[in-house]
Write a protein that binds this ligand. Structure first.
Ligand code: SF4
Ligand code: SF4
Length: 76
């Protein structure tokens, strides 16, 4: 199964991280968008959602339904 998130359509602070809140298996993770922000003090200005633990995903589709931007898609 392919898990795709369109980064340009994703705005985690605006939606309240709905997909993360919705996933029952903890598959998704918010990471700083800019690599150079990692490990530096201060809050990164942008986060993106990744399917970090995609092997755990059961393709339930709850995150797809939860996303107000239609940024997530699943393809078998
Ligand atoms: S499809 Fe279901 S299990 Fe997979 S990331 Fe989305 S909410 Fe989680
Ligand atoms: S993928 Fe959708 S629900 Fe998840 S953080 Fe981005 S905009 Fe929000």
């Amino acid at each position: 199964m392919a898990f795709r998130i369109v980064v340009q359509d994703c705005d985690p602070p605006a939606c309240g991280y709905r997909c993360l809140q919705t996933c029952p298996l903890g598959v998704l993770l918010a990471v700083p968008r800019r690599r150079h922000n990692r490990g530096l003090p201060g809050k990164p200005d942008r986060y993106v959602i990744t399917a970090r633990f995609s092997r755990q995903c059961n393709a339930c589709g709850l995150c797809v339904e939860a996303c107000p931007e239609g940024a997530i898609s699943l393809q078998s």
